[in-house]
Design a protein around this ligand. Structure first.
Ligand code: PEP
Length: 247
């Protein structure tokens, strides 16, 4: 199974649903549709209405984050996994570099993963090195630490998808070379095999993926799919990625 996950970040109002309707139309008729899953993470404000709209359709709706407490608490503006599940979310991102940059620590991320899974949300756990770590050849060490500090066997690999997103690549148009990416993805799967005892969750790549560079990524068979930011905000760009992947 391959994954194409669109992360809308701070984008979208109710009428932006038309973008997803066009993607869903393509997805429903695509002869390759059973080979992949499309998941979109709109902002919190749209999760309930979009989840209801797509309840019996192919696209799944997820959240971009969740709070590290399970149900209700006194944390202003926080949204828990329980609340997300109650409005129809099926997935949640955890550990996006935007949120790590705003203070999400490994112990907070562990609680987010734990409570998300407890509330039947599948977790897309994001990891990635920054520019300085890459320059100092620390990528593999950083990724191993990020995985080992948060993931545990008891979470069950079927509840987890890992998204490798080098921070220097997000929104910049810069992407790793095919060799680098293959080596990094194999390393991530090796670390995950260690955590989950000889089996690995799906591992995605994210960072400046678009219809013109997807051809390079598809050659790396170890990559199980993509987390797509900028190019998920228009139906044409998102559909082009899928079309060119299966071309
Ligand atoms: C992201 O923010 O998760 C992302 C991958 O963004 P972009 O595709 O725009 O680089």
């Amino acid at each position: 199974m391959r994954y194409f996950i669109g992360n809308w970040k701070m984008f979208g109002i109710p009428k932006s649903l038309s973008i997803l309707n066009r993607i869903n139309k393509y997805y429903s008729k695509d002869k390759n549709r059973n080979k992949y899953k499309v998941i979109i993470t709109p902002p919190y404000t749209l999760i309930e209405s979009y989840s209801r709209h797509f309840r019996n359709k192919r696209i799944s709706i997820g959240s971009q984050n969740c709070y590290q407490k399970e149900q209700f608490s006194s944390n202003t503006a926080a949204i828990s996994p329980y609340m997300l599940k109650s409005v129809g979310a099926k997935y949640t991102l955890v550990g996006h570099s935007d949120n790590r940059g705003e203070g999400d620590s490994d112990s907070m991320l562990k609680d987010k993963v734990r409570y998300a899974i407890k509330n039947n949300l599948k977790v897309v756990f994001c990891i990635g090195e920054n520019k300085k770590e890459k320059k100092n050849k620390k990528t593999l060490i950083v990724l191993k630490r990020q995985l080992r500090n948060v993931l545990e066997k008891k979470f069950n690999k079927n509840n987890i998808i890992v998204a490798y997103e080098p921070i220097w690549s997000i929104g910049t148009g810069k992407i790793p070379t095919a060799n680098e990416l293959k080596k990094t993805t194999i390393h991530i799967k090796k670390v995950l095999n260690g955590i989950f005892k000889k089996t690995s969750p799906a591992v995605l790549y994210g960072g400046s993926v678009d219809g013109s560079n997807i051809g390079m990524f598809k050659e790396i068979r170890e990559i199980d799919g993509f987390l797509i930011g900028g190019a998920s905000k228009t139906s044409k760009k998102f559909i082009d990625i899928i079309k060119n992947y299966y071309r």
